[in-house]
Ligand binder design. Sequence first.
Ligand SMILES: [Mg+2]
Length: 431
Amino acid sequence: MSFNKDRRSFLSKSALAGAGLLAAPSLSWGQGLVDAKERTSQLSAPSDLKITDVKCAYSGGGLFVKISTNQGLVGWGEAVDAIGGTYHMVQRMGNQLAARGVSPLNPNAIFQQFRSNPFGGTQSGVAVAVMSAFDTALWDLMGKALGVPVYQLLGGKFRDKVRVYCDTQLYSVRNPKPEEFAKVARVAIDKGYTAVKFDLDEANDPARYDRVNWTASLGEMERMYNSMEAVRKEIGPHLDICCDMHARYDAPTGRKVAKMMEPLNLMWLEEPVPAENVEVYKTISQETSTPICAGENIYLTYGFTRLLAEGAVDYVMPDLQKCGGLGEGLRIASLANSYYTPFSPHMVGSFLGAMASAHVCAAVPNFHILEWQSQFDTLPKWKEIVKYEGHDKPFIDEKGFLPVLNKPGIGVDINEEGLKKYATPGIPFFA
Ligand SMILES: [Mg+2]
């Protein structure tokens, strides 16, 4: 007991000393560590902690993984998009850990163990997406076992809250007019967001000449420009706009649209072409002053190496619920930092995925902005499926930032009863 007290005292003084030394009084450096030690009963004996069971559930485009242990601690992880047909993969990978009673306190080693089977598809795609959910749940477990937030395990934090951009999801409207773009942007900005994102690809644009190819006509490009011009006029020169072409167009279209958008001073143009051909990205980036962002469908650090080394993108946007998880997110951010490239994660998961991503965003110097979905503000599902302290408050603060939780682990648990309402039919639910 006296050890714990002394330890707490030491940590408190260290945190204060650190804040003074770095002259950043607004940041509560290490406060999560101090708070966690205060309230953690230390009932768990980390050295004896063993994985006993792994179960999963699916909802919409999300996979939720629950890793249980011999001490009652549970870790939660999430993967998105590349998860179709992965139920049996989760069972097999989970059995590998549970059968041997593996300790969850070595997420990097477990990740590497999965990675060491490239014959099983662990170089990209669904296997890496599933590994992302496992990795996230392991970091969550380790934080809970040691009584510290994940950002602390990742090396501590550079910031208490992370800036987000609001993905406006205007894509649910067929052929929206420029005034609708402006209206939606205004709603987001009035909520406090400092950046908005819109989709430019529109399969139903009557100006399209060909239903199959992705060469945009002059009419389509005019529609794209007019939409973003309306947003810029609505929100003024000091708030940020990104727009996404969803990797659906060809090289000449990407080059033209990037040049056309230059007067609008975008934060970025996202994935004008698929992020597979580095040379094409390099050409587009070199020809335009519009910053280019890519990477939501790129896996592992290796997937980003040439894009960064060739200067083919201005921003990288790995999806931490897909690219390999939190440990790999940290490694991608570090690689990007060595090329002075901002780290701007893609995020289409739940609040569990958002907060998991936020811990990495807090722990890297080159974090720029995190994706946030406007439907978090409007659809009750997103609150119903999670449990966390502060559940009664808005997710985002009044300035459009996401405060990083200081609870042990990620700080967000899945509410199984809530999630069950939205579970994908025909797949066992945590069974
Ligand atoms: Mg995108």
